[in-house]
Design a protein around this ligand. Sequence first.
Ligand SMILES: NC(=O)c1ccc[n+]([C@@H]2O[C@H](COP(=O)([O-])OP(=O)(O)OC[C@H]3O[C@@H](n4cnc5c(N)ncnc54)[C@H](OP(=O)(O)O)[C@@H]3O)[C@@H](O)[C@H]2O)c1
Length: 362
Amino acid sequence: MIQSDYMAQAIAAARLGAGLTYRNPLVGAVIVKNDRVLAVGHHVGFGHAHAEVDAYQHVTHPEDVIGSTMYVTLEPCSHYGKTPPCAHQLVRWGVKEVYVAQQDPNPLVGGKGIAYLREHGVQIHVGLMETVARQLNRAYNFYYEYQRPLVTVKVAQSLDGKLSLNDGKRTYLTDMVANADVDHLRATQQAILIGSQTAIDDDPRLLVKERVAYPPVRVLLDRRNRVSHTSRLWQTNEAPLWHFVTGKESTKGIEDKDTRRTFKTSEWSIDKVIQTLSDQGVQSVLVEGGAHIQDAFLRVGLVDQLIIYQVPEIFGGRSLASFASRADSMRMRFTPVTIEKCGNATKMAFIRPSLAADWGLD
Ligand SMILES: NC(=O)c1ccc[n+]([C@@H]2O[C@H](COP(=O)([O-])OP(=O)(O)OC[C@H]3O[C@@H](n4cnc5c(N)ncnc54)[C@H](OP(=O)(O)O)[C@@H]3O)[C@@H](O)[C@H]2O)c1
């Protein structure tokens, strides 16, 4: 096998941690000696073994690791967190050579793991299959490289670009198959955000049906504090609810009850909301609307990914259009990524053009 085959194996192993690593990245590792794979490992979950340690634990004879080569999708860590630093362990185990696909953008590591290995005589090569490995952790990379969460706006709309019939009732657009797809999309996010009017009109719970180790935080933008405490959002506590209201500054959040927190400031601009989520360590946000909230995100240039579920119906007339608001018209260009049939909808994904190269899509 050639080096990229071993790294491809490490990348495949990393994916086994999907949904379990929370704010930690997906990472895979393969230990090879004399062209034979000794063990494969992955980061098994937040607070649990890192990929390098998981691989080591799968080796039949630990002494075989002396003089081996390790292929790892992300730079081995160099700091004491929930587990001891992997870079130190690799040296202790006698690993001779390390191929790293991607340097860790987290400033806690940020090249220090690579430097430690080099200083301790380990031959180190950085960048093997980097573009592929980076796709494992788009939100994690984005968060550390842009110092804010990756924002995805999700829209369900009619053929004429309408969100709802505007008849005062919730308009159901997508069928069970498309809803399951949306549920999976939610499961991959660390926060789901809606505006107060959607909370009032639709009374959603914003919970994820799929089993997830860490359900996304539900973020409610409700400056005027209009959403009733009898709403389903308020009455469910299976996932945290963060309530953004206008008031005397407390952007660190006041613990309300169990999973509820209230964030207050005199003016909640979208930038400030995102900054606050960022300060709380949130790496990804799914904006689910409605129209005014979608438009507000677009206006401040905070739509990184746009996912549209378009159903084959026309609503016409005064129905509420997606991204509608009372502000002036504007144009913003996106790069198309995928288009597929999804239940009764056509699912279309777009990204901000500047992300295309990084996501290997140019
Ligand atoms: N088809 C879909 O994908 C979809 C998704 C979601 C919703 N919807 C539909 O959309 C409708 C609601 O949409 P909507 O446009 O009327 O309301 P919305 O966007 O859900 O909520 C608007 C409210 O959000 C609050 N808000 C907080 N910060 C804001 C900011 N920076 N900029 C703008 N608003 C901010 C404002 O109330 P405060 O001033 O009180 O904070 C504002 O009135 C519902 O009928 C719902 O069914 C459809």
